[in-house]
Design a protein around this ligand. Structure first.
Ligand SMILES: Nc1ncnc2c1ncn2[C@@H]1O[C@H](COP(=O)(O)OP(=O)(O)OP(=O)(O)O)[C@@H](O)[C@H]1O
Length: 303
């Protein structure tokens, strides 16, 4: 379990993490999302004691990371996938880590097996692909059989089979009652694995909710309306709760009005409707809407 309260970190005048509070609960995969520079890495570094907060606090299993007696058995972290000596073999790396924490060789063999690295266990990690490196990072995080796991972009560099494997692994770890914090830029990836998401933007929490809540909030379903003269709907349906967006010369998207009411208004105004299709907003759309004001580096449209 991780609990962050009023967590704040400044770099000079820049407030990287600004009064952030959230919980990573046992038995759940909590997704940690946000655009580049949102403060995810800084927050994760503070959780594992690599950075000190300027204000607020964050605890793992009820105490600050630095006060944990046996950190590796409480929390496993994959933050920098390249944090090892390139000349060492995967097995040596894990055995070294295990020795400093009183963890036996059997557990090293187990994590090599769990992460599918047995066949390359005696190879030097300097020659590892990005995906193999990620697996070794995950093996290191699992070594102490911890209650809490923190994984920064664990699927980065993995092929589709590897991505599916990480998903199964994380779901399994949560099902065993562990608290899992998983960061990613990809909302689509989160939808497949997370129970909840904490969305950061410009150092602040923009959303902290379950995936279902995220899909259910913000104005109900969007209705696609196609036909001749549908552009007139914006005026006909105008009210504070209604948004009408023209997406093609003959099509608009309307939110805030049920489809039958749109049909009624359109028929009354003599608009010829060819298509009227309610559709659920995707998680990706919710995420983009939430973070649109918080993107630090935006790509300008090519003119
Ligand atoms: N050591 C540092 N010195 C100065 N500024 C920093 C430092 N580390 C991070 N920052 C700034 O703090 C803000 C948050 O950065 P952070 O790396 O935590 O974001 P992030 O959400 O992890 O981004 P990304 O997805 O790109 O990894 C950014 O504006 C970044 O430039």
């Amino acid at each position: 379990m991780i609990v962050a309260e009023h967590l704040t970190k400044r770099y000079g005048a820049k407030v990287a993490v600004d009064d952030v509070g959230f919980e990573v609960r046992p038995g759940l995969v909590t997704g940690f999302l946000g655009p580049n520079g949102a403060g995810k890495s800084t927050t994760m570094r503070m959780i594992v004691g690599l950075d000190r907060p300027d204000a607020g606090s964050v605890t793992v299993s009820g105490v600050p990371y630095r006060e944990l007696r046996s950190p590796l058995t409480e929390v496993g972290a994959l933050l920098d996938a390249k944090a090892w000596h390139p000349g060492r073999t995967a097995e040596r790396h894990l055995l070294g880590l295990a020795a400093t924490h009183g963890i036996g060789k059997d557990r090293v063999r187990e994590v090599l097996e769990i992460t599918g690295l047995e066949s390359v266990a005696r190879k030097r990690v300097g020659g590892f692909s990005l995906g193999m490196g990620q697996r070794l990072g995950i093996a290191s995080a699992l070594l102490g059989d911890p209650h809490t796991l923190i994984l920064d972009e664990p699927v980065n560099g993995l092929d589709p089979e590897g991505v599916a494997w990480v998903r199964r692994l994380l779901r399994g770890l949560a099902a065993e009652g562990r608290a899992v914090l998983l960061s990613s830029h990809l909302m689509s990836e989160m939808a497949q694995v997370a129970d909840r998401v904490v969305v950061l933007g410009k150092g602040r929490v923009l959303a902290d909710q379950s995936i279902d809540e995220m899909l259910g909030v913000q104005g109900g379903p969007v209705v696609l309306v196609r036909g001749t003269g549908v552009d007139r709907l914006a005026h006909l349906l105008a009210s504070d709760d209604v948004t009408t967006t023209q997406i093609a010369p003959d099509a608009v998207e309307v939110s805030g009005v049920p489809a039958p009411r749109i049909a009624e208004v359109a028929v009354g105004a003599g608009i010829g409707i060819e298509e009227l299709a309610p559709r659920k907003a995707t998680l990706e759309e919710r995420y983009m809407a939430l973070t649109s004001d918080a993107v630090e580096y935006r790509t300008e449209a090519v003119r």
